[in-house]
Ligand binder design. Structure first.
Ligand SMILES: [Zn+2]
Length: 389
C-alpha cells in the first residue's frame, strides 16, 4: 500500500460514523467489516471473531520481524444511543467549523480511525521496527464489555493501548463503579391512617441524606490522576398502591471507585451507614439486596512502568505533550489490567462530548491523534527498544 492508498483519517471516520452501531443491539458487523477491508488492503492479516450473532471482534495483525514485543491497539465499535435534540442527524457525519459531528465521532470511532491510519503508516515505513502489532476493534464496550472479555481469553500482548477520548493525553488510570441496590422496608398500612404504618419512602428519603453526607466524606479523598471517589443516588422506586403506606422503597446508588479502592471496600462503607440507619430508624430497616450491573473496577498502570515511559518518549519525540492524566469514567482498560497487561488510554477528542448530544471531534485533534499513535508505536516497536524485557 502506498501512502496514496492509506485512507484519509477524516474520510474513514465519516464512513464509520455513518454505520449505526448503537448498543443495544450493537450491529457492529458493518463497521468491523469496513475496518477489516482497509487493514487487509494495507497488508494486515485480518480475523473476525464473532462474539454474538452479527457482533464480531476485529483482530488485525502485522509482523515487523522477530525479537520485539507484541503491542495491541484496542478500541470499541459500539456507540451509546443518540437520543433526541441533535443539530444534524447523528448518523450522517457533518463537518462544520473544523469539527466532525456524529454519534461516535469521539467515543470511540475517532480513536479507531486514527489507530488504523497510524497502523497502516507503520507498515508502509517499517524500517527499524521489530515485534508484532495487533489492531483490535471490539464489540459491546458500552454495555457489557463482552468483546474485550472474549478478546483477552486468547490474546496476551506485552502491552495495550486503549483508544478513548483523552484530548490526546496519556491516561494511566481510570475510575470504576459499583452500584448497590438498597431495599428499605417499613410497615404497610391504610394511607388514611399513616400513623399505623412505617413509611418506607419517608425513611428512604432520610437515608438519602446520610448518603449525601457520605458523598461529602468521599470528596475529601483524592487520587492524583482521577480525583475523588463519588457516590450519588441514581434510581428510586417505591410504594405498592396509591392508597397504602408503602412497605418497600428501593434506592440504587452509583459509587465511583478510584484506583486502590475495591468493590468490597465501598460496599462495607455503605453497610456501615445502613447499620447506623437501622439502629436509629427501627422498625424501618435497610439492606443491600443486590448490585446493579457496572463495567467493573478501577485500574491503573504505574507511572514509572517502562511501557508508560516509552509511550511518553514517543509522544515527546513528536513534539506532543507526554503529561499523564486519568479518566473519570470506566473503559476496557480494566480488563487488560485484570489480565496483568500494562495498559494506558489515549485518543483524540474531549471527554466532555462523550455520550452527549452533538458529539463531535476537532479535525486537527483527529490528525494529531494519528501522529501521536504513530509516534508511540514507533518507540514501542523500535528495533533497539527494551521496555518489555
Ligand atoms: Zn468509549
Amino acid at each position: 500500500m502506498t501512502s496514496a492508498q492509506i485512507p484519509d483519517v477524516v474520510g474513514l471516520l465519516c464512513d464509520l460514523v455513518a454505520l449505526d452501531t448503537t448498543n443495544p443491539a450493537g450491529n457492529e458487523a458493518g463497521a468491523a467489516g469496513l475496518l477489516a477491508d482497509v487493514l487487509r488492503q494495507g497488508g494486515f492479516d485480518v480475523e473476525l471473531d464473532e462474539v454474538a450473532p452479527g457482533r464480531p471482534n476485529l483482530i488485525a495483525r502485522a509482523e515487523f520481524g522477530s525479537g520485539g514485543p507484541t503491542v495491541m491497539l484496542n478500541s470499541h465499535l459500539d456507540v451509546v444511543p443518540a437520543g433526541p435534540g441533535w443539530t444534524s442527524p447523528p448518523f450522517e457525519p457533518t463537518q462544520r467549523d473544523g469539527r466532525l459531528y456524529g454519534r461516535g465521532a469521539a467515543d470511540a470511532k475517532g480513536s479507531l480511525a486514527a489507530m488504523a491510519v497510524a497502523a497502516l503508516g507503520l507498515l508502509e515505513e517499517a524500517a527499524g521496527l521489530s515485534g508484532t502489532l495487533v489492531y483490535t476493534a471490539v464489540v459491546d464496550e458500552e454495555v457489557g464489555s463482552t468483546g474485550a472479555r472474549r478478546l483477552l481469553t486468547d490474546h496476551r500482548p506485552d502491552a495495550a493501548i486503549v483508544g478513548e477520548p483523552t484530548g490526546g493525553r496519556l491516561f494511566t488510570a481510570h475510575k470504576g463503579s459499583v452500584r448497590p441496590v438498597i431495599e428499605v422496608t417499613g410497615v404497610a398500612a391504610h394511607a388514611a391512617t399513616p400513623h399505623n404504618g412505617v413509611n418506607a419512602i419517608v425513611h428512604a428519603a432520610q437515608l438519602v441524606e446520610l448518603i449525601t453526607d457520605y458523598a461529602g466524606v468521599l470528596a475529601g479523598r483524592s487520587h492524583p490522576l482521577v480525583g475523588a471517589p463519588t457516590v450519588t443516588p441514581v434510581l428510586v422506586e417505591g410504594g405498592e398502591a396509591p392508597n397504602a403506606v408503602p412497605e418497600r422503597c428501593r434506592l440504587t446508588l452509583d459509587r465511583r471507585l478510584v484506583p486502590g479502592e475495591t468493590d468490597r471496600d465501598a460496599l462495607v462503607e455503605v453497610e456501615q451507614i445502613l447499620e447506623r440507619f437501622n439502629a436509629e430508624h427501627a422498625p424501618a430497616q435497610a439492606r443491600i439486596s443486590a448490585c446493579a450491573p457496572s463495567t467493573g473496577g478501577p485500574s491503573e498502570t504505574p507511572a514509572d512502568h517502562p511501557f508508560v515511559v516509552a509511550c511518553q518518549l514517543g509522544l515527546a519525540g513528536a513534539g506532543l505533550s507526554p503529561e499523564l492524566g486519568g479518566l473519570v469514567v470506566n473503559c476496557d482498560m480494566t480488563h487488560f489490567r485484570a489480565a496483568g497487561i500494562p495498559c494506558l488510554v489515549v485518543g483524540p477528542g474531549e471527554l466532555e462530548v462523550m455520550h452527549a448530544v452533538d458529539e463531535s471531534v476537532a479535525l486537527d485533534d483527529l490528525r494529531c491523534g494519528v501522529r501521536g499513535y504513530e509516534a508511540i508505536l514507533r518507540e514501542l516497536l523500535r528495533h533497539e527498544g527494551a521496555w518489555w524485557r
